[in-house]
Design a protein around this ligand. Structure first.
Ligand SMILES: Cc1cc2nc3c(=O)[nH]c(=O)nc-3n(C[C@H](O)[C@H](O)[C@H](O)COP(=O)(O)OP(=O)(O)OC[C@H]3O[C@@H](n4cnc5c(N)ncnc54)[C@H](O)[C@@H]3O)c2cc1C
Length: 264
């Protein structure tokens, strides 16, 4: 019995750990790095009993579990799931059971992608910058802005609407840190000039070293075409409206328990 998990974020790893505890042959496919989206987080404050912990430290814990349980990780992007087969960029893999834990991807604005300094994930932000524009008014945008400030950069947040939509704790932290937030100032156009990013917003044009776009996240799923096997879906890709690492981890554990019950 071979179980394949697609995605080594909190959901996939939690699922893999429990299956391994029952000596089940499980492997995880990962297209990037172990840890998933939480790697972006400035500080995770709602994961008791870990206390306040950075996204990077959270990921280190996940990596530790993968190592402790000797979970096989195959670095490949799974593009398509068919009955008992996974098609990746580097190969085709047989499987008996498949669990999809592929999380979310950022909502993009392709016309703003004028240079490699226009990004969506904080962990991709170059370190040789001083100033960064952040576009968005939700949790991720404010988390990115605080993260940037704490890393020694100068962030400016552009918000299309007249209100922030972030959790009040993050709004409070941003205000305490005097982060420059431009409400009702939508970005209309972006240009690249001499390695800089020129942002044209409703109020004027501004020069930054980078632009981080954080206007929401959407489902991230490989193509699934099955008729003879059940595909389990867990974590953020199972419920876009409940994007919390604790829920993703609980989901992973629950899925493993369901599979174990079925195998009995
Ligand atoms: C800036 C930011 C701050 C956050 N702060 C918090 C917080 O404070 N508290 C909290 O609880 N949550 C927070 N979250 C949310 C949290 O990160 C997610 O809820 C959690 O990571 C979801 O876990 P997941 O395993 O479902 O998906 P993900 O973490 O998205 O992991 C999915 C994994 O699948 C991989 N993958 C995707 N497609 C494929 C494919 N086709 N083939 C192979 N691999 C693939 C990805 O590379 C990724 O590693 C934050 C998110 C962001 C962006």
């Amino acid at each position: 019995m071979r179980i394949s998990i697609v995605g080594a974020g909190p959901a996939g790893i939690a699922c893999g750990v429990l299956l391994k505890r029952y000596s089940i042959d499980v492997r995880i496919f990962e297209k990037g790095k172990i840890g998933g989206t939480i790697r972006n987080a400035w500080r995770v404050e709602n994961f008791p009993p870990l206390g306040f912990i950075s996204g990077e430290s959270f990921v280190k814990q996940l990596e530790w579990y993968v190592e402790q349980y000797d979970i096989e990780v195959i670095y490949d992007e799974i593009l398509k799931i068919e009955d008992f087969k996974l098609y990746g960029t580097n190969g085709t893999y047989s499987t008996d059971i498949v669990i999809v834990a592929t999380g979310t991807k950022p909502r993009r604005i392709p016309e703003f992608e004028v240079s490699s300094r226009v990004l969506y994930e904080y962990f991709n932000l170059p370190r040789d910058i001083e100033t960064v524009a952040v576009y968005g008014g939700g949790d991720v945008a404010l988390d990115y802005a605080i993260h940037a400030l704490e890393d020694g950069f100068v962030p400016t947040v552009f918000v299309r609407g007249n209100q922030l939509k972030a959790v009040s704790k993050l709004v409070e932290y941003a205000k305490e840190r005097n982060i420059h937030i431009r409400l009702g100032d939508a970005i209309r156009r972006v240009e690249e000039q001499n390695g800089k990013v020129i942002v044209f917003s409703d109020s004027g044009s501004y020069v930054f070293d980078a632009l981080l776009i954080a206007i929401g996240r959407e489902l991230n799923m490989p193509e699934i075409d099955v008729s003879q096997m059940k595909v389990y879906t867990i974590g953020d890709c199972a419920h876009l409206d409940l994007r919390q690492s604790s829920i993703a981890i609980g989901d992973g554990v629950k899925c493993a328990m369901e599979i174990l019950r079925e195998l009995k």
